[in-house]
Design a protein. Sequence first.
Length: 128
Amino acid sequence: MVHELRLVVTAEDYDEALRFYRDVLGLREREAYNSPDGRVTILEAGRATLELADPSQASFIDEVEVGRRIAGHIRVAFEVEDAAAVTEQLAAAGAEVLAPPTRTPWNSLNARLSAPAGLQLTVFQELL
């Protein structure tokens, strides 16, 4: 039985990635380790799920959120309370907004960003 999903990202600019994800996005630091071999920080991101999509569905999601096929084979999505405010906050911290918050057919408000450590992010807000 699996107890945790941990997405491990190698960041060329570790300090910038840590600042962005911990200090700006607000992921809580669980653990951090420093040694002569390097540094690693484990950030809490709420509950985790693994979403698998076939190429057709991935294209559909990109079309809805961005208007064209843009994501690679991995995209990280964070559920937030206010997608518009978080998108502005992340953009001010250096993320590139690929598409502003957009209402989706599945009744959420989704924005797409290009963020530090080479990650493409979706921030989404579930709508009532």
